[in-house]
Design a protein around this ligand. Structure first.
Ligand code: BGC
Length: 735
């Protein structure tokens, strides 16, 4: 009754994408092509033995010596492989598949995420550009390098939304926000596909919400939240044409995703309409025994297949047990055939069957190192986030006087960023010291001290020398780095401070009284509260990749103004985690009063909010206008705002649009990002930024996961971060 009274409006489909998630440029295969593929797949399945069918569901990792795997491919018992990177090995396996009875080509997959040869900034840095088009370019370039050797599938993009910087894998995603993450999910899928690789959107779903931030840990997520926050990037990836989806390792509400038929079949396939391959994560099928939902491998295989896992990655469970399970009548041939059909269909859609000997699948032409590096530089330039800059400490100008560059990372030729797959031989990385000297060396003195024994500051090398160098300068540029081995998979942290002896170095340099511009390379938000207080300027550089240090020098020296914005909140302390601008309101909004939402020993606000990022110039927002005071539940309005560059330099600004539904049946987030645009402005220049807001994008999900557009008043906030103050409101009306 209550629901009826407020005219809850159920949307007809789940496919509504945010404005930035435009569909894939590659149109889905026409109906005739699909019919032809279906017929071919049916004919093929009719000819397959059970062993050959199970082979198509088998997805082992390359193991040495690999002769027995070659033989298994020839016999049709291996249909797909991961981690075959060496072109010679790839050719041998391709030849083995061509020599098999049915000549079914293999999927060759690796984690080509932000690197094959050239290393791009890490994916969270892609999101910090707030330019999905740059992420698309980066993904395309990585894919073009990778596809040349015969690899045809990447285990990317990782599109897990996460509000927990303790979780090391935030480095691989686009941060905490479903709207931003959806835009980047779609862009990355488009890019990798354009570059010649099929994609694996991962990890479906809720992997980014492990309790305590501990990797692989279970997630407790309400159904409404699952659909509001964690599923949208997967809808976007599906809309952009991802061929495969990887299931996540963890439990969601107590059931491991690998054995969760509701999530993999009812939600992913039926509600979201995903028609491609669903694969397990690495060894996740046998790990169902560790989860305590399978007593043996046979049961694990049965449960995973029944849940909707088509490919058993590295688990060997399907290969060893599905035959027996079918013979015993515990697994039906129909279930096997359905999985095989999905695998073969994707292989046809990818054009793998048209391979000529030697592997001439239609992939984009080779790309020069110079082009890939230019793209890597472009991404790095726009990914740096200047979070503090008192007294215009940065950029370095001749007026900055003598500069002391301190930190072993400044002479490192490795970008020491997390793992990447792929080729060991990497192109050379210019050091920050070289890059900075080239820019400011002619006009001013640049001193250097390593300070630490290693680039990640695990131990001092010569602390006294570093202090003396700082004393001899007018400005200290200190580069610190989160330890590279503490980012990525299996790298959860309880402490989000600077690692090793870096905080001690900062303390010592701060005591000199010299202004410090601190650059932090990191794969996750850190709790930099004490560092913030000691420095004049602070720039988050992420792990910037092969071209990163050069790009960093360009920005430090003021050739380019920083324009990145945080895709994830930086907390004041680890105890605040999880903290997000889009938290729900509470009964007692935080004030100075004790009995309100907050901590007795910490401020309630984060150190740096979502969306925050400064430039070397300033921007002002004015003239907010909404095209109509109200719209219906299928309506659209336009929000316009004037942005002006009010400072002395050219720069780029990310104009951000947030909404809040003021009164609804559920408590709605304090703010939700609903639009963003990056614009370039010369000094004094003004531009009108227009956002289109569809009522359907303001839907939330009910307890059954159904999207609801609830009439009511919405407040709009526009500005340069999630704390934007320029505001107005409009209403959604029933009819
Ligand atoms: C990770 C996946 C990755 C796979 C293959 C797993 O441990 O969770 O993201 O694609 O390994 O390398």
């Amino acid at each position: 009754m209550r629901l009826l009274r407020i005219f809850l409006f159920l949307l007809p489909s789940f496919a509504s994408l945010p404005a930035h998630s435009t569909p894939s440029p590659t149109p889905p295969p026409a109906r005739a092509v699909e019919a032809d593929i279906e017929a071919k797949v049916s004919a093929l399945i009719a000819r397959m033995t059970l062993a050959e069918k199970i082979g198509q569901l088998n997805f082992p990792s390359l193991a040495f010596p690999y002769e027995s795997q070659l033989e298994a491919v020839k016999q049709g018992r291996i249909g797909n492989m991961l981690n075959v990177v060496n072109p010679g090995h790839l050719r041998s396996f391709e030849a083995a598949a061509r020599g098999s009875r049915l000549k079914i080509p293999l999927l060759f997959a690796i984690d080509a995420v932000h690197a094959f040869r050239v290393t791009f900034p890490v994916p969270i840095a892609w999101a910090a550009t707030w330019r999905p088009d740059l992420a698309e370019l980066a993904a395309e370039m990585v894919a073009r390098e990778t596809a040349q050797d015969g690899i045809n599938l990447t285990f990317a993009p990782m599109i897990d939304v996460s509000r927990d910087p303790r979780w090391g894998r935030v480095i691989e995603g686009a941060g905490e926000d479903p709207f931003l993450a959806s835009a980047f999910a779609a862009a990355r899928v488009r890019g990798y596909r354009k570059g010649g690789l099929a994609t694996a959107a991962k990890h479906f779903v809720g992997y980014g919400a492990p309790e305590g931030g501990r990797d692989y840990n279970g997630a407790q997520i309400s159904i409404a939240e699952l659909f509001d926050r964690y599923i949208p990037p997967f809808e976007a990836a599906i809309g952009a044409g991802t061929e495969t989806v990887m299931a996540s390792f963890n439990t969601v509400n107590g059931v491991p995703v690998t054995a969760n038929r509701w999530l993999l079949t009812d939600v992913l396939r039926e509600r979201l309409g995903f028609g491609g391959i669903v694969m397990s994560d690495f060894f996740a099928v046998p790990e169902l025994m560790n989860h305590g939902v399978a007593a043996d491998l046979g049961q694990a295989s049965r449960k995973a297949l029944h849940a909707g896992i088509d490919l058993d990655m590295a688990g060997e469970a399907y290969r060893r047990h599905l035959g027996t399970e079918v013979a015993a009548g515990r697994v039906s041939m129909d279930e096997i055939d359905a999985a095989v059909r999905r695998v073969l269909t994707v292989k046809y859609r990818m054009g793998l069957f048209e391979d000529t000997p030697g592997g001439a699948r239609k992939i984009p032409s080779a790309v020069t190192d110079a082009r890939v590096r230019a793209a890597a530089r472009a991404v790095a330039r726009e990914s740096f986030v200047l979070v503090k800059n008192s007294g215009a400490t940065l950029p370095i100008t001749p007026q900055s006087g003598t500069v002391a560059l301190i930190g072993a990372a400044a002479t490192s030729t490795s970008d020491h960023s997390w793992y990447g797959p792929a080729r060991l031989e990497k192109p050379k990385t210019e050091t920050l010291e070289q890059a900075l000297r080239r820019r400011i060396g002619a006009t001013q003195t640049l001193l250097f001290a390593a300070g630490f024994a290693d680039a990640c500051g695990r131990a001092f090398k010569d602390k006294a020398e570093a202090i003396a160098t700082a004393r001899a300068a007018d400005l200290v540029v200190l580069i610190l780095s989160e330890d590279c081995v503490v980012s990525g998979e299996g790298a959860s942290r309880t402490d989000l401070g600077l690692s090793g002896v870096q905080e001690k170095m900062l303390d010592a340099l701060a005591e000199t009284g010299k202004p410090i511009a601190l650059v932090v390379e990191t794969g996750r938000p850190l709790a930099l509260t004490s560092a913030h207080e000691k420095v004049a300027a602070l720039m988050i550089a992420w792990h910037p990749g092969t071209e990163g240090r050069t790009a960093l020098a360009e920005v430090l020296a003021g050739e380019i103004a920083p324009s990145g914005k945080l895709p994830m909140t930086f907390p004041r302390s680890v105890g605040q985690v999880p903290i997000s601008y889009s938290d729900l309101p509470t009964s007692r909004p935080a004030t100075a009063d004790r009995y309100t939402t907050g901590y007795v020993d910490e401020k309630p606000t984060p150190l740096y909010p979502f969306g925050h990022g400064l430039s070397y110039t300033t921007f002002s927002y004015s003239g907010l206008e909404i095209s109509a005071p109200r719209m219906t539940r299928d309506g659209t309005i336009e929000v316009r705002v004037e942005v002006e560059n009010t400072g002395p330099r050219a720069g780029q600004e990310v104009a951000q649009l947030y909404t809040r539904q003021l009164v609804a049946e559920r408590s709605r987030p304090l703010r939700e990002l609903k639009g963003f645009q990056k614009i370039a402005l010369a000094p004094g220049q003004r531009k009108t930024v227009r956002f289109t807001l569809k009522a359907s994008e303001l839907a939330y999900h009910d307890d059954a996961g159904r999207p609801v557009v609830e009439p009511g008043r919405f407040r709009v906030f526009v500005g340069s971060s999630s704390t934007a103050e320029l505001t107005d409101s409009f209403e959604i009306v029933a009819d």
